[in-house]
Structures are given as structure tokens and as C-alpha cells.
Design a protein around this ligand. Sequence first.
Ligand code: APR
Length: 266
Amino acid sequence: MVRVLVITGAGVSAESGIPTFRGKDGYWRNLDPIKLATPEAFARDPDLVWQWYRERRQRIRDAQPNAAHEAIAKLAQCAGEFLLVTQNVDDLHERAGLAKAEMVQIHGDIFKTRCSRCHWRAELCNAHTRDDRDKSGLAGARPSIIEFSEQDGGPENGVPRCTKCDALMRPGVVWFGEPLPLHETERVESYLQRDSCGVVIVAGTTATFGYIIDWALRASRRGGELIEVNPEKTPLSRFATRLVREPAAVALPRLIDRLVAQLPKT
Ligand code: APR
């Protein structure tokens, strides 16, 4: 049985119309997203940062998973063991049908809101709606998002305040310079420690962070395939056993169909 690790970044959602961070479309009102996604930007102008996140949430709600998300969900069903580590804070992998248990959102979830001081959290996605969607089998359908009232920590305007301690609420994502969430990091580590992987795919990420390269190399340490899918060269490219220089929604369905055909049947 083949163990698989897939690591994705913003490039995988690009063909769903979600701008990448470092691409030319990433700028918002002439502001660099890399400067907006920081604790410093939030401290300086929380209202501006919230406006940016509200617009990003809306864009994600309006988007649909693309063929890359769907191919990854298919691979998960066919692999012996599977984990997706995504740097994307959108919900497109989940809406393509990937189970939460098979993925780690290492940079958080844009539809969560948490207090910047205490640990109180609010989810903007309504659990009941998600359950209904799952039962109906409409895995690719857009979930209905319930905007929480101001009291719940997610107003439509302004900056929400924590109902427990009155500090500013913030999006539940990891900003530049912040530590990775412990629980999610532990899930990745425990997957890597249990065994190595026969197939590692890294798609649509600049692989700027050392931990992305480290996880990909450790997962493929015993001769596993390390496949990079990215139209451009990245710091990971020199370690890859296979380079696919194409957009993810073009390359992944074909690549995954071939991999699945080679996998031992259970
Ligand atoms: N298919 C595959 N790859 C693509 C596509 C596509 N259609 N379009 C762009 N790419 C590639 C680009 O070549 C680039 O390497 O996707 C990558 C996007 O890079 P970034 O915008 O830097 O996104 P990512 O690597 O996910 O950023 C990592 O940094 O900004 C923070 O927390 C944020 O999660 C984000 C992290």
C-alpha cells in the first residue's frame, strides 16, 4: 500500500480564481499581501486588514474547486495512507471532497475568527449546513456561510471584539512571523514519523518556508518519488525526482490518473 503526502500552496487555487500571494494579482488596493498578512499590519490598521479578509472570504465563497483539488481528493481515496498539508486557508480542498481527517491546514482557516488575546474562537461556517451538504453528496457545492453577528465575533463591517475579553478578534490564519499551530504541526510530524512515503507531491507553492522543504524531503527519505508541480522553479526543484512545469489543474488530473493506475489494488 502506498503512503502519500501532498503539499499544496496558493497555485493550486489560482485556477479557481483565488490570487496567489506573490503573483501579480495578489495585490489588493495597491497593497502587498505579504505586508498585510502580518501582526504588525493588524496592530497598525485592524480595520483595513479585516476589509481585506472579508473580500478574500467572499471571493472564496464565490469560487469553485478546480480539477487539481478534485484530483487530489481522488488520490486520497486510492492511496493506502494519505495526508494533505495545505498552506491554503480556503476551503476548496474540503469542498472537492477531501475529508478533514486527511488534511492539515498548516496556515489556518480563513473562515475561522479568533481572539487576538484569549483563545476564544468562532467559526463562520455553519456546521449544520456542512453536514447537510455532506449527506446530500454535493461535495463540490458551495457551502452556505452564515455570517456571525457582531456578538459572535464576525460582523459584516468594522472590527469584531471578543465577547469574553473584549480584545480585537482576528482571522484564524497564521501571519508572517507567527509560529505554526501546535496541534496541526503535531499531526504532520506524527504522519512523517510513522513511516516514509512512496509518493510525495508538492504543488503550487514557492516553498519559501523551510518546513515545507523539510517535510517533503523527510517524507520521501527512503527513495519515494518527490514530484513538484509548478510552472516555475522553486527552492524545492533541485530535490525533486520529477518536475512538472504546468498549471496544477492541467497537470494533477493526468499525473494522478497515472499514479492511481499504478497503485496496487486492494
Ligand atoms: N498551478 C501550479 N502552480 C502555480 C499556478 C498554477 N496554476 N499558478 C501559480 N503557481 C505557483 C507559482 O509559480 C508560485 O510558485 O504557485 C506558487 C504561488 O506562490 P505563493 O503566492 O508564494 O503561495 P504559497 O507558496 O502558497 O505561499 C506560502 O506564504 O504568503 C504566505 O501564508 C501565505 O500560505 C501562504 C504562504
